[in-house]
Write a protein that binds this ligand. Structure first.
Ligand code: GLN
Length: 263
């Protein structure tokens, strides 16, 4: 039985659980459970985790009050278990983020990237785009995605010691503390960030002409993966399309089976 938790402190966690059930139907011969996670004990039972969208400052604050921040860092960065963050979840999984008017927050980290929060500005709080994602089933069929005060990946950071300190020296920046990887997590560690999707310029709503990140010329980066950690800017859980969940779940099954063989 594979246990995949959804962090349920705040935000769109119920929708993720519904889509996980839909995705599980595409993977026969496996027994899954998808519990809501609110305590360190509940997290400890999980093989993998989703961090939903919502408001990252609030989510981080509640996580801290619930004594979950350190266990989450351990889960993602030391044990290196499969973790997926959507929107606010992507922010929390980044090593570096800009501070907004709402202030900074304690990041978990795991992805060597800097995110730009609320990247598409205020006028356009939300928009939809049809994405062509070549890693999911039936890739020709556009994936309807919702961007709600969404972040983008502004920069990929080098995977080197001290990169957090260098980032932290910049103005208006919050960084995640570094956590040494444990032996059990070594296989799932990668120093390479893969860019899995960009938002085509023509698909982006025209609000504030958002300052494109360094890599924004080809379209803002909206999905990345690094080893065990996956992040998306948008909310795939709000459109009822389970294709990304099915793809991720398959990867989780492979990672868990590999881990079981190793131990
Ligand atoms: N703007 C939010 C934040 O900074 C994220 C928005 C979302 O998750 N839909 O946390």
């Amino acid at each position: 039985r594979i246990t995949i938790g959804v962090l349920a402190l705040q935000g769109a966690f119920t929708e993720h659980i519904e889509l996980l059930h839909a995705a599980a139907a595409t993977i026969p011969d496996h027994d899954f459970s998808f519990p809501e996670v609110r305590t360190p004990a509940e997290l400890a039972r999980c093989d993998a985790l989703i961090l939903p969208g919502g408001e990252s400052t609030t989510m981080s604050l509640v996580a801290q009050r619930s004594g979950l921040l350190e266990p989450l860092r351990d889960f993602v960065k030391a044990a290196r278990k499969p973790t997926w963050g959507t929107c606010a979840g992507l922010i929390l999984l980044s090593e570096s983020a800009n501070r907004t008017k709402a202030g900074g927050q304690d990041l978990i980290g795991g992805l060597d990237v800097r995110v730009s929060r609320n990247h598409f500005g205020r006028q356009v709080d939300s928009f939809e785009a049809g994405l062509h994602l070549d890693f999911i089933a039936d890739p020709q069929r556009p994936f309807r995605s919702v961007f709600i005060r969404a972040p983008v990946v502004e920069r990929l950071l080098p995977h080197v010691e001290g990169v957090q300190a260098e980032e932290a020296s910049k103005e208006d920046t919050v960084v995640a503390p570094s956590v040494p990887v444990r032996e059990e997590g070594r296989k799932a560690l990668s120093d390479h960030v893969e860019v899995l999707a960009r938002l085509p310029r023509e698909a982006r709503a025209l609000g504030k002409s958002a300052t494109a990140g360094e890599l924004g010329e080809a379209g803002d980066i909206i999905a990345v993966r690094q080893g065990n950690v996956f992040g998306t800017s948008f909310h795939p859980e709000l459109t009822g399309d389970a294709r990304i969940h099915a793809w991720w779940l398959k990867g989780v099954v492979e990672a868990v089976e590999q881990r079981d063989r190793a131990s």
